[in-house]
Design a protein around this ligand. Sequence first.
Ligand code: THU
Length: 124
Amino acid sequence: MTGEELVRRAEAAAANAYAPYSRYRVGASLLVRDGRVFDGVNVENAAYPLGVCAERTAIAQAASEGLRPGDLAAIGVTASPCGGCRQWLHEWRVERVFFRRDDGTIAEYAPGELLPDTWNLPEG
Ligand code: THU
């Protein structure tokens, strides 16, 4: 699947977003190395900070099926991932990240480029 195809799939998935507060629907489509795709959407809550982003619900779906960091080839997102999601994409080592820019073009990054010198849990 190309980055453009993944982002298009995420745009279709965004119709299922639960975003009654911001009215901003986000979709994310996560491509597994074996070809499976998990879709995620943002799911908001009346207690605003408890809402979750589309990238995280897609990763949580994959995790629930037993997938682990290293299994994930790419993600397509309808918009630029927030800082917290960038930390998730780093943790899950999603190899390529594609998202739709405001001008309509597709951005492509490695997670390390989206979050340079990333914080990691100190050893010991
Ligand atoms: N949102 C995402 O789903 N992903 C991001 O990376 C950025 C923000 C959602 C959270 C909230 O439901 C809505 O977009 C508005 O911030």
